[in-house]
Design a protein around this ligand. Sequence first.
Ligand code: SF4
Length: 319
Amino acid sequence: MAIVHELSWSTSRARTFDSCRRKYYHDYYLSWLGWGRNADPERRKAYLLKKMTRMPMFAGDVVHRAIAEYYARRDQGQTWGADDAIQWAVTELRRGYKESRDGGWKAKPAKSVRLAEHHYHEARIDEPSGEAAKYGKRYVDRITECLRTFFGAPELAQCRDVQPGDWLACEEMSTFELFDTKIFAVPDFAFVDRQATADAGGATAVQIIDWKTGAPRDADRFQLEVYAFYAKEHWGVDPLRTTAVDVYLGDGSLVEVHVTEDVLQRALATIEASLNEMKAVHFDADASKGDPAAFPMVPESEAARTCSSCGYREMCDRV
Ligand code: SF4
């Protein structure tokens, strides 16, 4: 069945929409259909740039995959501790770095690591000067710190030890519907909280966990609130029986959202407003590439802050 271009919503899509409309256009419209080797050159270029990542994101992804690997191995009855996970993750980080640097990503761009730092020849990735080694060490240290927290923090014992039969989700992308629109969500980990369920006389209580490898952001809390709707749609859990937690693995801090009726109504209103803004500029990217002018770039005055880490710099002439 052919994939059809349609408007969908996710918290990351909403963040991109708010940070730069042109980036939003490149991510969700111009890059559409760019996956074919014989695609329209402009669509293909946008698609390849969209598939790039940066070291902070790549390192975060490696930590997420290491934690998912821990759960997969536990499910198979294997023991996999902090040292095993760190070794696995650092090896994966180095493999991805080399794949990007040596051009190995070209064979399968959608499934490979291509770093914007290499594409744009950034000074921080310069090897002869030693800058690349310093930069890489920063992320080896971050990965190590995050995984030591996951395996060692007493506050995370419940997450680590929960029985496989109580797991509900682990890094799986799913969708649900709100306002007749597909909403994408990828909870990092979710499980039935047996103790809270028993305390409530048997009404199922669920915990949804988001692993964070960077610093806290204002948008983090909103993302947790969206998961409460996900829990209702996917597992039929009363959103008010859902606790969503951001775990900042860098320093071990936890931020919990206890869902209330007010929280739900506020989140719903925010999603609706965001969707309405997106609908106002939506067009069918199967039929045309649209008008980029309808999606303005961030002003020059904000370029240093917003464009310096964006993968589309060459398309916007902001290299
Ligand atoms: S380079 Fe700047 S203007 Fe262009 S898409 Fe990226 S953030 Fe937006």
